[in-house]
Design a protein around this ligand. Structure first.
Ligand SMILES: [Zn+2]
Length: 221
């Protein structure tokens, strides 16, 4: 399965736009010029790009607001099996990471998927994003550093406080860490409850610095 996904992720990108399905020109890749312009409009301006989670200890960077073409691409990756979209979205988090230029050596991991979603989808979209990111940045990926040990239903109807409470203790680290700096990758940052729960677990296991990277941010903080 991972090999197959990796092949899909870096396959030649096809001939139609992943945004509007119109035929691509030879100069276009994945998105047509109009959809690329749409995507560009959702970029989070640099000063607003960072939020701090878990009592200010964990910086979280996102590339786009969760709207317009950025949202459409993420939804395509999550629900329409648009695996090649992950390559483009991974590129966006690479740019953010490069602009951030955190010092030191980093090890990347992905937020584990809910097992039911994993079964429905056949893949974890956060892991695909992490695979693309790590390949482009030449950063080691340890995809199974975290696992999910408690399983709630959808978070959609919960408010921020309820989401934080629901995610407490939902993840476990799969090995002790020895001060490694961890990049935690996910598709969308909503309230931060999920990545905060992951970060706490990583810290408990001995992580050094933790930095969150997501493609989109759903809320204005
Ligand atoms: Zn298009």
């Amino acid at each position: 399965m991972p090999l197959l996904l990796s092949d899909q992720l870096f396959a030649p990108q096809g001939t139609s736009c992943h945004g509007c399905e119109r035929l691509l020109l030879p100069s276009e890749s994945l998105l047509c010029h109009n959809c690329q312009t749409d995507l560009f409009r959702s970029r989070i301006p640099r000063p607003e790009r960072i939020v701090r989670l878990d009592d200010d200890r964990v910086p979280a960077f996102s590339a786009y607001w969760y709207e317009g073409m950025a949202r459409q691409m993420v939804l395509g990756l999550k629900y329409r099996h648009d695996v090649p979209a992950a390559a483009l979205l991974s590129g966006a988090i690479c740019t953010v990471f490069q602009e951030t230029r955190p010092e030191g050596r980093w090890l990347a991991t992905a937020v584990p998927a809910h097992p039911i979603r994993l079964l429905e989808r056949g893949y974890n979209q956060a892991q695909l994003l992490a695979m693309g990111f790590c390949r482009m940045m030449d950063i080691p990926l340890e995809a199974d550093l975290l696992r999910r040990i408690r399983f709630e239903d959808s978070q959609v109807h919960r408010d921020r406080k309820q989401r934080y409470r629901a995610m407490q203790g939902a993840f476990a680290s799969t090995r002790p860490l020895h001060g490694e700096n961890i990049l935690l990758i996910d598709d969308v940052l909503t309230t931060g409850a999920t990545v905060t729960a992951c970060a706490r677990e990583l810290r408990k296991s001995g992580a050094g610095e933790i930095l969150v990277l997501t493609v989109c941010r759903a809320e204005k903080w």
